[in-house]
Write a protein that binds this ligand. Structure first.
Ligand SMILES: [Cu+2]
Length: 321
């Protein structure tokens, strides 16, 4: 949180920040430069060819009517063929080398995440050595800088695709199978991502964020997330358990639903509903009173809380730090 460097907007894939993405960026620019060079060379040759023809106009007319094999003409074909083969084989070799380099992390991953695409948000499970070292959060992923992170992707309902452009290319999240990818951020900051496989009406409002922090800062965040949230009994807590607990979990409380995001440390997130609403008191009240107004079709129904009840629930949620 609060990192000075932010790629939250716009998303970029032409400038990347880690060994999972950098080789691909180099290849992209390299192939682009090669293509531009080919266009430039061919343009020059075509223009030169036109000029050469013009000069020949000055010769007697019948000379142009003769169909002959001018000396050295075929040589151009061989040169062109040779250059094309060299360029294509070099592109192929470079592509294969990049694929090998980014296929799997170089070292042992520092962290394993199980990320599940839901209509229309991301469930993020931090897999610990033991179950009590494991926790679940949503949409905002924290990672240590300079360390490879293994990501196991699944889809809960339809096919989604996980994409953090500045850190890692696209990998599909498919129901019933686990796809592996990985990422590594070499620079601290916030990187925005987006679901990139059309998955229904709110596909566009299905962002993900990766916050990369130095390892010590990340460990502090992780220790905070591992804590349960056990706020004192309050009317808001009671209402939450009754009205929201069937869909949401707050670890340490009585609410254990798994239909929606885990809200144990809701206040550690900057946005709500996969980047749709800022996580401010107003944003929170607006979302809870009428999610359908902000994200039509979202799998959270409008809650018919009265004004005072809404205030109590929001006050309770604000204790989930
Ligand atoms: Cu989608």
């Amino acid at each position: 949180m609060g990192a000075a460097f932010s790629l939250a907007w716009p998303m970029t894939y032409l400038k990347t920040y880690g060994p999972r993405a950098n080789p691909i960026t180099g290849l992209t620019w390299g192939l682009m430069d090669l293509s531009l060079a080919v266009i430039a060379i061919i343009t020059v040759l075509v223009v030169a060819g036109v000029w050469v023809r013009r000069e020949r106009r000055s010769r007697p007319v019948f000379a142009d009517l003769l169909v002959g094999r001018e000396a050295g003409g075929l040589r151009w074909i061989w040169i062109g063929l040779g250059l094309t083969i060299v360029a294509l084989v070099a592109s192929l070799a470079w592509t294969v080398a990049v694929m090998a380099a980014v296929g799997m992390p170089g070292g042992q991953p520092a962290l394993t995440l199980e990320i599940t695409g839901h209509q229309w948000w991301w469930e993020v499970r931090y897999v610990g050595a033991t179950p009590n070292q494991t926790f679940v959060t949503a949409n905002e992923i924290h990672v240590p800088t300079g360390r490879p992170v293994l990501v196991k992707l699944n889809g809960a309902d339809v096919i989604h695709s996980f994409w953090i452009p500045a850190l890692a290319g696209k990998t599909d999240a498919i129901p019933g199978r686990t796809n592996l990818t990985w990422l590594q951020a070499d620079r601290a900051g916030v990187y925005r991502g987006q679901c990139t496989e059309y998955c229904g009406v709110q596909h566009a409002n299905m962002a993900a964020f990766v916050t990369a922090d130095p390892p010590a800062v990340f460990e502090a965040w992780r220790a905070g997330q591992l804590r349960a949230s056990v706020p004192a009994a309050s009317p808001g807590k009671q209402l939450f358990v009754q009205r929201c607990g069937a869909c949401h979990t707050v670890r340490g409380g009585e609410a254990g639903g798994v239909v929606g995001p885990d809200l144990t440390h809701l206040m550690s997130r900057r946005t709500l509903a996969a980047g749709t609403v800022p996580n401010t008191p107003d944003g929170l009240s607006g979302w809870i009173s009428n999610p359908q107004a902000l994200k039509p079709g979202a799998r959270m129904p409008a809650t018919d809380l009265s004004g005072p009840e809404l205030g109590q629930v929001v006050a309770y949620l604000e204790t989930l730090t």
